[in-house]
Design a protein around this ligand. Sequence first.
Ligand SMILES: [Fe+2]
Length: 166
Amino acid sequence: MINNETYLLYSALCYEEGHCRRTQHILKVYALAKLLGEQEKISTEDQQILQAAAILHDIAIKYCKKHYNGDASQEKQKKEASHLVQEFLQEANYLPSYIPKIVDLVSKHHDYRKEKSKLLQILIEADLIVNCYENQPDYKKSKFIKDIFQTTGGKKLLELCLEEGI
Ligand SMILES: [Fe+2]
């Protein structure tokens, strides 16, 4: 049986047209968000919202690159994420009540400094761990990233990644 999350993941991967880095990034952030959400014992509904946000969190990059002459800055992504996320979720038949929550998570996933909900915290941690594996940060950046982390599992996984890079 194909549930709406599987449909969403497949749609997002097809949308990326085999782009190597972005395709793998989606899969990795999705897996880690699922793991951290389960460790943090969030509700089933929140788990579905989190996992959909993880699948779509960088969906605006391709669109922005195409429509803004290669400019996929965070500002541009924020501007375009909302309508893209809504389209993907509607197509995958997500409950209308979930959609604004998922849009909100995607739009805020670079807002490291502001007050964060539990779900946003987990999404940010999953994304940052994957980013650290993809681009090993220098000492200063590692320090900045470490200070963002709050969950036990996220802290541990980040530590393993950063230690491996030494
Ligand atoms: Fe990302």
